[in-house]
Design a protein around this ligand. Structure first.
Ligand code: ADP
Ligand code: MG
Length: 323
């Protein structure tokens, strides 16, 4: 017989992630009881993944559990927040224990490594969708906002861009790749790594930050608008995997690189005078930050292509209600 709602919660979601002393009461009561540290600000974010919109129904459930949590942790990372607690709103068409076990495993493995505890949620029947809310802490008044970029700052990213967009093209059979490229782009699409390793750097040096979920141009555009500045991006400075290099050589199409979604790298700004120190700290942390452009007075985003021309925005990132 299939598990009921409460057995399902007990079996898969009652002991998930790192046990933490600041969780006074976790899954199982009307509310969780949590004790935030007195000297920190609470950072909170949620994201929903809908079957057929954010993932294919036949995706590996373990990678889905990982990705659902990863995209939320990426928001905490971009704010400079240390993860603490997470809740999970699951809507399931049916109880498939094998699917649930794999989903919970992917979720739990990342929760453990991010030192986060699942403290509650809701479980309902309906079309498959996964809503997650994460909470974390920043030093008091120390949240890294989108609004702090200043003219003269360097624009940086934390890793190669566009691979997840190529992974999607591959899945949709809009692109064919060699084995090495295929492995790179599918990994980028299904197993994104939230850049929590960048937290110390952001707290010390970032004047602004955003995580790249909707494409570089759209997301750098959010920094530009919030900070009331212009941003110039030098496209040949953007780090690219061998898969992306191959795709660009074959097609000359910059859309996946500049406007593809699902990168989950960080895009941040650092003042020029702090750059050497930031780079030294990054090296100590085993992180590479790539300068890809500059913040200037003005407004808007300009992308300079390797041939010196400006890139024309075909579609500047994914929007759900775009007409
Ligand atoms: P209520 O009826 O009071 O809303 P529920 O029956 O929805 O309570 O949930 C019972 C307990 O199980 C609560 O503590 C809730 O937070 C937790 N819970 C329900 N679904 C999930 C889930 N998918 N993951 C984690 N905890 C869950
Ligand atoms: Mg409920």
């Amino acid at each position: 017989m299939a598990l009921g709602e409460f057995d399902l919660i007990t079996a898969f979601f009652s002991d998930l992630g790192l046990q933490r002393p600041d969780v006074l009461l976790g899954v199982g009561d009307d509310c969780a009881l949590l004790r935030p540290p007195p000297d920190r600000d609470l950072a909170l974010s949620c994201d929903t993944l809908v079957n057929g919109v954010h993932f294919f129904s036949d995706v590996d459930p373990r990678s889905l559990g990982h990705k659902a949590l990863a995209v939320n942790l990426s928001d905490l990372a971009a704010m400079g927040a240390t993860p603490a607690w997470v809740s999970l709103q699951l809507t399931l068409p049916e109880v498939d224990e094998i699917w649930l076990a794999a989903f919970a495993r992917g979720f739990a493995e990342l929760a453990q490594s991010a030192q986060i505890r699942l403290v509650g949620g809701d479980t309902t029947r309906g079309p498959l969708s996964i809503g997650i809310q994460v909470q974390g802490f920043v030093p008091r008044d120390g949240g890294v906002r989108r609004s702090g970029a200043r003219a003269g700052d360097l624009l940086l990213v934390s890793g190669p861009l566009g691979d997840a967009a190529l992974g999607l093209k591959l899945c949709q059979q809009h692109w064919q790749a060699d084995q090495v490229s295929e492995a790179i782009v599918l990994r980028a699409l299904e197993w994104p790594k939230p850049r929590l390793d960048c937290l110390p750097l952001l707290r010390c040096f970032a004047t602004s930050c955003i995580d790249l979920s909707d494409g570089l141009v759209a997301d750098a555009g959010h920094i530009a608008r919030s900070s009331d500045v212009a941003v110039e991006i030098l496209v040949d400075q953007i780090p690219k995997s061998v898969a992306m290099k191959r795709y660009l050589a074959e097609t000359g199409d910059f859309n996946p690189l500049l406007a593809g979604g699902d990168d989950y790298e960080l895009c941040l700004t650092v003042s020029e005078q702090n750059w050497e120190e930031a780079r030294a700290m990054a090296e100590e942390l085993g992180i590479v930050l790539y300068p890809i452009g500059r913040v200037m007075a003005g407004e808007g985003i300009k992308c300079r292509l390797p041939n010196g021309q400006s890139w024309r925005v075909a579609s500047a990132g994914y929007e759900h209600f775009f007409r």
